[in-house]
Write a protein that binds this ligand. Structure first.
Ligand SMILES: NC(=O)c1ccc[n+]([C@@H]2O[C@H](COP(=O)([O-])OP(=O)(O)OC[C@H]3O[C@@H](n4cnc5c(N)ncnc54)[C@H](O)[C@@H]3O)[C@@H](O)[C@H]2O)c1
Ligand SMILES: O=P(O)(O)OC[C@H](O)CO
Length: 381
């Protein structure tokens, strides 16, 4: 244990937490919590992984070379993992969250513990964010739910490289309680109440990271990547704000911060999936080659559906989808500034209008329409 870790252990001393999902992020987050002083029980689907974590204090498949803290144990029995848990953290692939929650629900029936999503996807079938799926399946007070997001490449954090994150909840009290637990000498949690912006930041940066991977795979250079990252952030902000986020959240750790980390790092699975696409592999081959979860691939279609419903243009994300579907040559990917032939006027807006941005204007228009129609739903732009 490093000195920084030792200093911070006092802060959450003795808190009992459960982490559901023992892949690279679940295990790393378990280490963050244990190094902050919590007693952590991991739930792993496979008994042999639970045994390795509990006995050898290792997770050699997902975190090679990392020694896990003594205050971390593991089981493959959900009931044991949740027994007495004062906080519950969820870190399974987004598309499997609902089925996992169905198993969790009876075990959490009498619990008031905060439930924290560590995931960065939307559900393909419904387009729902993970906190919404949690609320639906656990039928719990949304104030109990929190989400964690930020520039958080698991292996770097497992190596105790200093990192910051955002914990968001509708309830300031819940966010504060989670942030106090998820904090140690190498991991710092900031708090906000913008759950939508924090969650969508994590989802959307994955899609732009796939685009950057494609560009890398094709062999284009830094100008192309910088153009896509910059215009990608505009798409992320437009989309998130149109769906209820606060724009400043997208400029913070959960937006820009995570976008930078994920687009730059070869550790990123989304970036890696994009690189394979750029090298000419088809979707099925990419899925076969990925050993770990690349959330962006499953989130593409539902995000584009939500974007169309909100009248938001996402030309970069559209192109990633076309490459994935095999309908566009990866070499044709470009940081399109507009989907029509007009000369774009100013970088910030999609519709050639000056000012604070297309998404803000549309969000305002929608609120106005809603007001005008007596809250019966807004007209489409
Ligand atoms: N790895 C990171 O750096 C990182 C950082 C921040 C957030 N995240 C997010 O965390 C979430 C989990 O990702 P990860 O990196 O831990 O993925 P991973 O691929 O490393 O691990 C996923 C884990 O879930 C298990 N799993 C697979 N299918 C399952 C199912 N149907 N039910 C239960 N468990 C199942 C796997 O066995 C594995 O243990 C994702 O939403 C990801 O975006 C990851
Ligand atoms: O490996 P990725 O692409 O899932 O990215 C991991 C984290 O989300 C980075 O913050």
């Amino acid at each position: 244990m490093t000195r920084r870790t030792a200093l911070s252990r006092r802060e959450a001393s003795g808190l009992r937490v459960a982490v559901i999902g023992a892949g690279s992020w679940g295990t790393t987050f378990g280490k963050i919590l244990a190094d902050g002083g919590a007693q952590v029980t991991m739930w792993a689907r496979r008994p042999e992984l639970a045994q390795e974590i509990a006995e050898a204090k290792r997770n050699s498949q997902y975190l090679p070379g990392i020694n896990l803290p003594r205050a971390m144990t593991a089981t493959h029995q959900l009931a044991l993992a949740l027994d007495g848990a004062e906080q519950v953290y969820l870190s399974v692939p987004s598309q499997s969250l609902r089925e996992n929650l169905k198993a969790l629900r009876p075990l959490l029936a009498d619990s008031e513990a905060p439930v924290v999503s560590l995931m960065k996807g939307v559900e393909r079938r419904t387009g729902l964010r993970m906190s919404q799926v949690i609320e639906q399946e656990l039928r719990c007070d949304p104030d109990r739910i929190a989400v964690a997001s930020g520039p958080n490449l698991a292996l770097e954090i497992a190596r105790e490289q200093p990192t910051a994150a955002v914990i968001a909840s509708n309830s300031q009290e819940t966010a504060d309680a989670v942030a106090r637990a998820a904090r140690n000498g190498y991991f710092r949690s900031f708090v906000n109440t913008d759950v939508i912006g924090t969650e969508f930041g994590g989802v959307l940066k994955n899609l732009i990271a796939v685009a950057i991977g494609i560009v890398d795979g094709v062999g284009y250079g830094e100008n192309t990547k910088a153009s896509i990252i910059t215009r990608g952030l505009v798409e992320m902000t437009d989309f998130a704000v149109a769906n209820g986020a606060q724009p400043e959240t997208l400029q913070g750790l959960a937006g820009l911060g995570d976008l930078i980390a994920t687009c730059q790092s070869p550790l990123s699975r989304n970036n890696t999936a994009g690189r394979l696409l750029g090298q000419g592999y088809g979707y099925q081959d990419v899925v076969k080659q990925m050993q770990q979860t690349a959330e962006g691939l499953a989130s593409l279609a539902p995000v584009l559906q939500l974007a169309r419903a909100a009248g938001v243009e996402m030309p970069i994300v559209e192109q990633v989808k076309m490459v994935l579907d095999g309908t566009m040559d990866p070499r044709d990917i470009a940081p399109h500034l507009t989907t029509d032939d007009d000369t774009p006027q100013g970088e910030r807006t999609q519709n050639g209008q000056a000012g604070s941005g297309g998404a803000l204007r549309r969000a305002f228009q929608r609120a106005f329409d809603q007001f005008r129609h007596g809250g019966r739903g807004a007209a489409r732009d």
